[in-house]
Design a protein around this ligand. Structure first.
Ligand code: HEM
Length: 198
């Protein structure tokens, strides 16, 4: 059972789970009802983003773990969920503080890179672009540019890590560690290094 799960990547009811994930796309819209949890939405978006950027290089480096190959299939659903949670976090902040949305997105007051806002805003705009083209329309019209646009997820992660480091000092070490791990995984995967294979 464990062997099938971890090494063969057989997850029971996987396709049902995948469909169920699409229902969870509705959760971030709750921000329009209650903005008090905008911080939690930011965290949910952050950890889902980590999943999306880590899973492919990890699977390339550790092909023995078939579970990672199966989880790659969830990248699109998880990526969209991450993006929606992050947008909900930003929008939640503007609504909670009575700043008009979307007008606040071009308010110079928020584009200050000496505070958490500049970094958060830059990540917000990039994730919005990625989300808008994460569909059949995006693939059809962007053609060979579609993949490079999807790769904006990496700068989004770095900008978000800086933003979160500004939010609370104690987050700094975790954020730096997660960005370093991402860089190492990315380099290893690009050099086709395999650490654990069959
Ligand atoms: C429009 C863009 C954004 C705005 C206006 C914004 C606003 C804020 C504010 C005001 C805080 C401080 C909350 C507090 O101290 O209680 C915060 C924290 C945070 N932000 Fe953002 N943010 C934005 C983008 C992002 C992005 C792109 C991410 C990526 C995941 C993110 C994730 C977080 C997280 C995880 C926290 C810590 C929450 C906590 O500890 O309660 N934010 N954000």
């Amino acid at each position: 059972m464990c062997k099938n799960f971890f090494f063969k990547g057989q997850i029971p009811y996987f396709s049902a789970f995948r469909k169920l994930l699409m229902i969870t796309w509705l959760i971030p819209f709750y921000i329009f009802v209650d903005q008090s949890e905008f911080g939690s939405f930011g965290w949910a978006g952050w950890w889902l983003l980590i999943f999306t950027v880590y899973v492919r290089p990890l699977s390339d480096i550790l092909p023995k773990l078939g579970i990672l190959k199966t989880l790659i299939m969830l990248r699109k659903e998880m990526g969209i969920l991450a993006g929606l949670f992050i947008l909900a976090h930003g929008i939640g902040f503007f609504l909670k503080t009575n700043n008009p949305f979307p007008a606040s997105l071009w308010n110079p007051k928020f584009w200050n890179f000496n505070t958490l806002f500049g970094w958060g805003m830059a990540a917000f705009i990039l994730i919005l672009i990625v989300l808008l083209v994460s569909n059949k329309w995006g693939i059809k019209y962007l053609k060979r540019w579609w993949k490079p646009v999807q790769r904006l997820t990496y700068p989004v992660m770095i900008l978000s890590a800086i933003h979160i480091s500004f939010a609370e000092d104690e987050n700094k070490i975790t954020m730096v560690t997660l960005v370093i791990i991402m860089a190492i995984l990315w380099i290893l995967a690009n050099r086709k290094v395999v650490l654990w294979k069959n």
